[in-house]
Design a protein around this ligand. Sequence first.
Ligand code: HH2
Length: 276
Amino acid sequence: MRTLLPPDRPAIMGILNVTPDSFSDGGRYKARDAAMRQAMIMIDQGADIIDIGGESTRPGADSVSETEELDRVIPVIEALRAESATPVSIDTMKPAVARAAIGAGANIWNDVTALRFADDSPAAAAELGVPIVLMHMRGDPKTMQADLAPYDDVVADVAAFLTGRAGAAEAAGVSRENIWLDPGIGFGKSLEDNLALTRGLRQVSELGLPVLYGASRKRFIALLDPAADSAADRLGGSVAAAIAAAEGGARVLRVHDVAETAQALKVWRAIKDGKT
Ligand code: HH2
C-alpha cells in the first residue's frame, strides 16, 4: 500500500458518496459500477485516498440503517480493492460498518462523530488499529445548523475539543500515530466560524497530529458567492479553501474535484518551494 501521508504535500482524499442524497453527488454513484468508474477517475487524477461514505451527513440528513449502509459501501470497497492498491477510507459513524469496511480492505476510519456515536466506538478504533479521523461537530447532522450559538473563540474551542477526543481515543487504546484531526468545516458552524477555522488552521495542526480539511463544495462558499447556489458551481471556492488549508499545515484535503486540486497544489508548491 502507498504511504498514506506524503511528506512534502497534503494528500488528496477523493470523495465517493454511495448515497442517494449526498448534497453534491447524491444518487450519481449508487450503482457499484458507476462508483468504481468514479473512483478510478479520481485515482487517475491524483487521489491518494478514496473516501467512501454510505450515509449522508449533510445538514438535516436522515440517518440510514446499518444494513443499508453496509449494502451500499461493502461491494464498492471490495470492487475497488480488487482493482487498485490506493488506500480507502470509510466515512461512517457506526463501528460495525467500520469493522466490516476494514475487513473488506479499507485502510482508514473517518468518523465525523469523533468516536462519540456508539459506546463501543473507541474500543472498536483501538481494535482496528488503522488511522482514525476525529472530526469536530456540534450536535448531529440533523440538528447541527439549527443551533448556531456563537463560540467564544471557535479555533480554540475546536482545538480543545479535538485534544479531548484524541485523549479519549488514546485512553481507549488507539495509538497516537493513528490519530488524525479535522475541524469539521460546515458542521454546526457559521460562515465566520468556517473562515476563522480555515484562517487559524495552523493552531490545529500545531497540536502535532495530522490534520484533514474538507471544505469541498460546501454551502459557506455560496454565502460568499451567491451565484454558486448549486454545489457543482463551487469549484473556485473549494480550491481556494484547500490551498488556504495547505498553507495552514493540512496533511489531507478531502475534495470532490481531484484534478483541479492536484493542479492547484502543484502550482502552490512550486511557488512556495521555488522548485518545479
Ligand atoms: N464532510 C462531509 C462528510 N464527511 N468527513 C470529514 N472527515 N470531514 C468533512 O469535512 C466531511 C466528512 C460532508 O460532505 P459530503 O461527503 O460531500 O456530503 P454528504 O455528507 O452529504 O455525503
